[in-house]
Design a binder for this molecule. Structure first.
Ligand code: NAD
Length: 487
């Protein structure tokens, strides 16, 4: 793997700068617990300067209206990302603890390769179009519908898929003509600051159009949610923080666009080929289960419950976890000691509430360094139990028996979340009929994959507001203006 060559400075108003206080904070590799370097610890003054720069770039340059310039800058960014791909891959593995195998898909490659999609949107979107003529008080009227850049965007991202999540906010926001202040998670700052270096050194981005402020203090993010100069907050993270962001954004009536947590259900219908469907059940442990759309509740029909549990148990017992730099491992560590303790806390609670833990449940003895948790399988879980209701964000699967299709739908929908899910059946028609009744933003039927840069992604209920990716995701960053003209 490539040497680490991260950028450790923030990008503010076109310049790569240390923190105004000179302070730095440590970046720790979750697989080794070693400090791998430092990053500028952005201050309130830095965030203040970044917001001012983004406001100025929006109001005083032609970035928001010059579609050709934005297409050019995004094309330059794509080229720079391609050249830095191996460095970025090494950073994702080192700071997020992501298995390197995942970096060939969503963790690194997917959204580098998706950049031309955003170039295309920037350049080809129909920003202004005529509407049909109308009559008003007997006089004919013409109408024009315009889509304009929303304004200054505060983008706040988590640590689990850091490069992807930074890019899937920057790509459409820049394409739409917004200016941006990006605030990454403190656990994974370099996936953002290194993008800052590429933007500053390899593109013709106007100063202030994108600013990146990393820091150890979550309150930096909060400044974006309260400042009247910020027009829109796009946030990916926990539902708890999402609620707080909505509250903070209320006094300035900011648009908030939220991608939050999940507790998705995988419904296996009683006619499904269990060996095929459940043979891969260990995949819920991928990246330590630190994915919002992972199906962490497995619903098995009572009539085939024992048979299903045996297959899942075997899959869990052989799931490859350990050193994330080893391409054969699909599960690495949890991102921090705090997250490891949180997951272990949920496992203890699951046992205390009466669920049966039949695989894992602790810290692997053969991995003394790194914040690992064993692939953990709970069976006979009450659908109302804490571990079946709350997002654990760890390598933990809850198996829940159900009586018939209606019961499965009821259990699947009995959640504050509505992000994703899966349904399997020998009959595609029957699986689709169940899928249509599940209240979630994405669904896989018989193993089909929905994830792509042009697929809108987001949640029902408390899994979020709005959609990321696709045309809908791009249009989140646009305002709509209707203009009336006589004649
Ligand atoms: P988090 O909510 O703790 O933090 C996310 C980001 O918000 C970080 O950058 C953090 O510094 C910042 N933040 C914290 N408090 C803030 C505040 N009051 N105001 C503004 N910003 C604040 O989430 P996390 O632990 O970093 O990430 C895990 C969560 O992210 C999980 O719940 C997961 O489901 C969710 N997630 C959702 C999606 C999705 O697309 N729906 C994708 C990935 C992760």
């Amino acid at each position: 793997m490539s040497q680490l060559n991260p950028e450790t400075r923030n990008l503010i108003d076109g310049r790569l700068v240390p923190a105004s206080s000179g302070a730095t904070f440590e970046n720790v590799n979750p697989a080794t617990e070693e400090v791998i370097g430092v990053c500028a610890d952005g201050t309130k003054d830095d965030m203040e300067a970044a917001i001012a720069a983004a406001r100025r770039a929006f109001d005083e340059t032609d970035w928001s209206t010059n579609h050709a310039l934005r297409g050019k800058v995004l094309r330059q960014l794509h080229q720079a990302l391609l050249e830095a791909r191996e460095e970025l891959r090494a950073i994702v593995v080192a700071e997020a603890g992501s298995p390197v195998a995942l970096t060939y898909a969503v963790q690194t490659n997917a959204f580098i390769d998706a950049m031309p999609y955003f170039v295309d949107l920037a350049e080809r979107y129909e920003y202004e179009k005529p509407m049909s003529g109308i009559q008003f008080m007997g006089a004919p009227q013409r109408r024009i519908l315009r889509h304009e850049a929303f304004g200054v965007v505060g983008a706040i991202t988590p640590w689990n898929f850091p490069l992807y999540l930074n890019l899937c906010k920057l790509g459409p926001a820049m394409a739409a003509g917004c200016t941006v202040v990006l605030k990454p998670a403190p656990d994974t700052p370099w996936c953002a600051t290194t993008l800052g270096r590429l933007l500053a050194e390899k593109t013709d981005l106007p100063p202030g159009a994108v600013n990146i402020v990393a820091g150890s203090d979550h309150r930096l993010g909060e400044m974006l949610t309260t400042d009247p100069r910020v027009d829109l907050v796009t946030f990916t993270g926990s539902t708890a923080t999402g609620r707080r962001i909505m509250e903070c954004a209320a006094p300035t009536v900011k648009k908030v666009f939220l991608e939050l947590g999940g507790k998705s259900a995988n419904i296996v219908l009683d006619d499904a080929d269990l060996a095929r469907v459940l043979g891969m059940a260990g995949m819920v442990c991928v990246h330590g289960g630190q994915g919002c759309a992972i199906t962490t509740r497995l619903l098995l029909p009572r009539s085939r419950y024992a048979e299903g549990v045996e297959i899942v148990k075997a899959a869990f017992e052989k799931f490859p976890y350990g050193d994330p730099t080893d391409p054969s491992r699909l599960q690495g560590p949890q991102v921090s000691r705090k997250q490891q303790e949180r997951v272990l806390g949920y496992i203890a609670q699951g046992k205390a509430e009466g669920a049966k833990c039949i695989v894992g449940g602790g810290v692997p003895k053969h991995l003394p360094k790194g914040w690992y948790v064993e692939p953990t399988l709970f069976v006979d879980v009450d659908p109302r139990a804490t571990i079946a209701q709350e997002e654990i964000f760890g390598p933990v699967l809850c198996v829940i028996p159900y009586e018939d299709d209606d019961d499965a739908v009821r259990i699947a929908n009995d959640s504050i979340y509505g992000l994703s899910g899966a349904v399997s059946s020998a009959s595609e028609e029957r699986a689709l009929a169940v899928a249509r009744r599940i209240r979630t933003g994405t669904l896989s039927v018989n193993g089909g994959m929905w994830f792509h840069e042009d697929t809108p992604f987001g949640g029902y209920k408390q899994s979020g507001v709005g959609r990321e990716n696709g045309l809908l995701g791009f249009e989140e960053y646009l305002q709509v203006k209707a203009i009336g003209l006589p004649g």
